[in-house]
Design a protein around this ligand. Structure first.
Ligand code: 5IU
Length: 480
């Protein structure tokens, strides 16, 4: 009896070794440097997508997954694969064992009306979730959450490989039992025993697992890894929506601060640099000749080149006073040429109320939460206060001027001034950082560049250079 059991176990291990060796041979297990969805760098990568090209292997994987939950199967009324790799595996399991399948649509959110789960949903029935690999458990939990949302019970997940990096704990904390066919340690042992890898490779992977045994689930709503387009759908203010979506469609997160002294210069620069920017930032009160005509020309250019104008007035008084300042005729803000204006949070919410009560519909404010000048007092509790004010008024406050990412609100746009290449500052306290630092390291959204562009010999090609650097840093961020 004991002998039989032992042999059965031996047989199982032999089969598993064979399966692992075959997966290695088709290139489903790779060694090198890989960035996982959870952001960590891994020396080993497991990619089962290839398996559809090897039908017998696909069938074998489906069989071992089924065996791993064979004692539980009676309790399931449906089966669902985590898209996309596990879809064909779940299909085979469903078909072979006559267990109805459900398909989770990964992209349904962007189409709104489409169903997230396809197939017949019997509310209250139990669904078995199938996945190829679990690292942090984030993908598994997303699928479980969508199934639960439509009224299904999800208590069991079966996976081929548990990478032993915290996924089991993360999934089980959500009340879902994880059944795995293999752990990463077993997989490495089998590869060693079948002569596919050396013991050095096994040791390297083991060390990696030891150091990364608790991978955190990447927050789904982490704005630093969301696209501007995704975030535009979550923004409450129409200008924030427009700005975020044009940043992706126009491929620019560059704001140009055109601090020139005449309207003529401003209009000329705005027309030339317009194709490369998402925001034109102005200081109407720097110009000696700002008029309604300037405002009209700027408005036309904003339409022509698809950018948003932000008048950097930095309103900073009580509501009643900023109302009068905003409606004063000289700068004709009520005509709507600048849908965004900056203001200081110093006075409290009244400054926002005052401005919004007189600004044309669809306008917004940008709050100064931090400054780029040395010795700035906009730090610590002041900055925190600015952020809570911004987060409490998403319909009016489109963004913040800052030097770091300060909020996880996806709709709040972080704009960073004091950006310039090959300069560390000026003689009056300005402090410069690079586009890569602002967007790539400090995770802000827009760089604001003034002298770096308008003092350059060729402002247009320089703007193009800043645009490319900043947008590349954003794209890089999304890859994590
Ligand atoms: N600006 C800053 N720092 C700040 C804030 C605004 O530089 O903290 I608030 C403005 C000032 C200027 C532009 O209009 O951004 C930056 O110009 P230069 O890139 O030329 O330094």
């Amino acid at each position: 009896m004991v002998l039989n059991n032992y042999c059965g176990r031996c047989l199982k291990i032999m089969k598993m070794k064979e399966l692992v060796a075959q997966l290695f041979d088709i290139g489903a297990i790779k060694f090198g440097q890989f960035t996982l969805k959870s952001g960590i760098q891994s020396p080993v990568y497991f990619d089962l997508r290839l398996i559809v090209s090897y039908p017998p292997l696909l069938a074998q994987v489906s069989d071992v997954l089924w065996s791993a939950v064979s004692e539980k199967v009676a309790q399931f009324q449906s089966i669902c694969g985590v898209p996309y790799t596990a879809l064909p595996i779940a299909t085979l399991m469903s078909s072979k064992h006559n267990l109805p399948m459900l398909i989770r649509r990964k992209e349904a959110k962007s189409y709104g009306t489409k169903r997230q789960i396809e197939g017949i949903i019997v509310k209250g029935s139990s669904c078995l979730v199938v996945e190829d690999v679990v690292t942090s458990g984030a993908s598994v939990l997303e699928t479980c959450a969508d199934l639960k949302r439509v009224g299904l019970k999800v208590a069991h997940v079966v996976v081929l490989l548990d990478r032993e990096q915290g996924g089991r704990g993360n999934v089980e904390r959500e009340g879902v039992v994880l059944h795995s066919v293999l752990t990463m340690s077993q997989l490495m042992q089998y590869l060693l025993e079948t002569g596919k890898v050396t013991s050095e490779t096994v040791d390297m992977v083991k060390a990696f697992i030891r150091e990364n045994s608790q991978v955190k689930i990447v927050e789904k709503c982490n704005p630093t890894i969301m696209s501007y387009t995704e975030r535009s759908q979550l923004a409450a203010n129409p200008i924030a929506k427009k700005l975020l979506s044009l940043m992706d469609s126009k491929e620019t997160n560059l704001a140009f601060s055109a601090d020139v002294k005449t309207s003529h210069e401003l209009v000329k620069l705005a027309d030339a640099v317009g194709p490369h920017i998402c925001i034109l930032k102005t200081h109407a009160d720097i110009m000696s000749d700002f008029s309604r005509d300037t405002a009209d020309q700027l408005k036309a250019l904003a339409e022509k080149h698809n950018f948003v104008i932000m008048e950097d007035r930095k309103f900073a008084d009580i509501g009643n006073t900023v109302q009068m300042q905003y409606t004063q005729e000289q700068y004709c803000l009520t005509s709507g040429w600048a849908p965004l204006v900056t203001c200081h949070p110093l006075p409290g919410p009244g400054v926002i109320d005052g401005l919004m009560s007189v600004a044309p519909p669809g306008s917004g404010c940008v709050l100064v939460a931090e400054m780029s000048s040395s010795g700035t007092l906009a730090v610590g509790e002041y900055t925190k206060g600015a952020i809570s004010l911004a987060e409490s008024r998403p319909e009016s406050i489109v963004g913040v001027v800052c030097r770091n990412r300060l909020s996880t609100s996806p709709g709040l746009i972080h704009m960073t001034p004091g950006v310039r290449d090959k300069a560390s500052g000026d003689s009056l306290g300005q402090q410069y950082i690079s586009a890569e630092t602002a967007i790539g390291e400090r995770h802000t959204d827009i760089i604001i560049v003034g002298r770096g562009i308008y003092s350059a010999q060729d402002p247009v090609s320089t703007a193009k250079m800043y645009r490319e650097k900043a947008f590349q840093a954003y794209n890089q961020r999304l890859k994590v």
